[in-house]
Design a protein around this ligand. Structure first.
Ligand SMILES: [Zn+2]
Length: 450
C-alpha cells in the first residue's frame, strides 16, 4: 500500500485506540495492529500522536474571486491545512457573487488551480435565482446560503415568503438551506440610533447588536422551516436569547446550528482592546453570553463549529480606528480554531470526542459528505490530522499562512496543535510548513442529504 501510519492513537468509532492505519489510493484500507498491516515502503511514525479525522470547515470566505488582496484559494487552503482542516465549503459573497451558474463555474475553475485541500461551495440565494437550485445541486453542491440582512438585496432575501419558497425548493432536491439569524430591520434601527448619537467606538457596535435580534431571527427561520418540515442549518448562534428560542422551537432533528470560535473565546472585554480588529457580524458578546454559548456548544445544543474565516487587510480594518462603522466586519480564524479547542481539551472543559463530532463528523453528515469525509473508517478518504496534545505555543498573526498577518487571538497561549495534515493520504502540512501543492485539492461533490 502507499502509506502506513504506525504507533499512533487513532480515533476510531467513538474511541481512541493505539493502532496502525494503512492508506492506498487515497483511501483508508486497514486499521489494526502492526502485524496485520499490509506491506508498504512508506511509513509515517505517529510517535504516540493523536490521529483525528481532518476538520471540515463548512463556513469560510476565501475572497476569491474579487478580493484576492485579502485571501485567495491558495493561501486560504494553505492556512486551512495548517489548521488541520482537510475540506472547506466556501461562501458566495465574492465579486462576481456566486449567485449565478456562470459565477459558480468561474469559481470552480479558480479553486481547481489553487486549492491545497479539498473543497466545495455554498450557492447564494436571492429573490431572482431560486430556479437555479436544481442545476446547482446537479453539479454536486448541497449547501445553499440565505443571508437575511447586512447585505444588499442582490446578496440576501428579506421577504419571509421567498425564504419559505427557497426552503421548499431546497427540501425537494434533498439539500440544505443555511440561514443567518438576526433581524435586519431591528439591526438597522439600533445602528442608526447609535450613529445619530455620535457614537463611533467598538462598544457602540456591540450595543447596537441586540441579542433579541438574533432570537427574532432564529424564531423566524425555525417557524418557516417547521411549517414545511424542511431541513435548516442556522449560522452563528451567539447568545442566550437565540439559544432559548432554539431550544423551544426545535421540534425535530431537521434543524442544526453552528457557532464560530469568536463567540466561544472572545467577549466584549477583548474587543475593547481589539477595536476594529474585533468587529465581526454578529458582534462579540459579553462574557455571560460567551459562557452560555460555550456550554451550549459543549453539550451539543449547538451542533457544530465552523470558522467563518473572513480576512480583511490591516489597512481596511484600521479605517475603523476613529470610526468603527468604517471597518468591514469579519475576522480570520482558520489556523487558530483547532489549537484553541485542543487547549480546552487539555483543561478538561470539553472532550476530544465532542471536538471531533463538532468539527468533522457532523459537518460531513449535515452537508452530505459522509462517510467519504468526516470519519476514520475503511473506505473513507484518508483525510487525517495528526495532533500533538503537548505542543505549547502562542498564537501569532505573523506566523500565519493566510494573506493576513493579524489575528484576534494574538498572544493567546495554546496547548495542543495539529502537526501533520493529510488529504487523501498525501501530506499537505507538516510541522510548520505547507508541502501540498496548489491544484492538489479536489472538488468534493456531495450526496443527497434527505
Ligand atoms: Zn460568514
Amino acid at each position: 500500500v502507499d502509506l502506513i501510519i504506525k504507533n499512533a492513537k487513532i480515533f476510531v468509532q467513538d474511541r481512541v485506540i493505539e493502532s496502525c492505519l494503512a492508506i492506498n489510493d487515497g483511501k483508508i484500507v486497514a486499521i489494526g495492529v502492526e502485524s496485520k498491516m499490509p506491506r508498504s515502503d512508506s511509513v509515517l511514525k505517529g510517535n504516540g500522536k493523536l490521529v483525528i479525522p481532518g476538520l471540515i470547515d463548512v463556513h469560510v470566505h476565501f475572497r476569491d474571486p474579487g478580493f484576492t488582496h485579502k485571501e485567495d484559494f491558495k493561501t486560504g487552503t494553505a492556512a486551512a491545512a495548517a489548521g488541520g482542516v482537510t475540506t472547506i465549503i466556501d461562501e458566495p459573497n465574492n465579486i462576481p457573487p456566486t449567485y449565478d451558474i456562470t459565477a459558480l463555474k468561474e469559481k470552480m475553475k479558480i479553486a481547481e488551480k489553487k486549492a491545497v485541500i479539498d473543497y466545495s461551495f455554498s450557492y447564494g440565494l436571492n429573490t431572482n435565482n431560486l430556479d437555479d437550485i436544481e442545476q446547482v445541486h446537479s453539479m454536486g453542491i448541497s449547501s445553499f446560503d440565505i443571508f437575511t440582512g447586512g447585505f444588499s438585496d442582490q446578496l440576501s432575501i428579506k421577504n419571509p415568503g421567498i425564504i419559505l419558497e427557497a426552503l421548499s425548493k431546497v427540501k425537494e432536491i434533498g439539500a440544505i438551506t443555511c440561514l443567518t439569524c438576526g433581524d435586519s430591520m431591528l439591526n438597522n434601527y439600533t445602528t442608526e440610533k447609535m450613529k445619530n448619537k455620535g457614537r463611533r467606538d467598538i462598544n457602540a457596535y456591540s450595543e447596537a447588536s441586540l441579542t433579541v435580534s438574533e432570537g427574532l431571527g432564529v424564531a423566524r427561520n425555525l417557524l418557516l422551516a417547521n411549517s414545511i418540515s424542511s431541513k435548516l442549518h442556522l449560522r452563528q448562534i451567539t447568545n442566550r436569547n437565540a439559544l432559548n428560542v432554539l431550544k423551544k422551537l426545535k421540534n425535530n432533528n431537521k434543524v442544526t446550528s453552528e457557532v464560530s470560535p469568536f463567540y466561544l473565546f472572545l467577549n466584549t472585554k477583548n474587543i475593547e482592546k481589539l477595536g476594529p480588529f474585533g468587529k465581526v457580524g454578529p458582534s462579540i458578546k459579553p462574557k455571560k453570553e460567551m459562557e452560555a454559548t460555550w456550554f451550549a456548544f459543549v453539550n451539543g445544543e449547538i451542533d457544530i463549529i465552523a470558522t467563518d474565516h473572513a480576512p480583511h487587510t490591516r489597512e481596511e480594518k484600521e479605517q475603523g480606528k476613529e470610526d468603527i462603522w468604517k471597518a468591514p466586519p469579519g475576522l480570520p480564524c482558520i489556523e487558530s480554531m483547532l489549537p484553541l479547542l485542543l487547549t480546552q481539551v487539555n483543561k478538561g472543559r470539553i472532550g476530544i470526542k465532542r471536538i471531533i463530532e463538532a468539527t468533522s463528523e457532523l459537518p460531513a453528515k449535515i452537508f452530505g459528505l459522509y462517510p467519504k469525509k468526516g470519519t476514520i473508517q475503511i473506505g473513507s478518504d484518508a483525510d487525517l490530522t495528526l495532533v500533538d496534545l503537548n505542543a505549547k505555543g502562542i498564537i501569532e498573526g505573523k506566523s500565519s499562512h493566510s494573506k493576513i498577518d493579524w489575528t484576534p487571538f494574538e498572544g493567546f497561549r495554546f496547548l495542543g496543535r495539529p502537526v501533520t495534515t493529510l488529504v487523501r493520504g498525501v501530506k499537505v502540512f507538516d510541522d510548520f510548513d505547507i508541502i501540498g501543492s496548489p491544484g492538489y485539492g479536489k472538488f468534493v461533490p456531495s450526496m443527497n442529504i434527505r
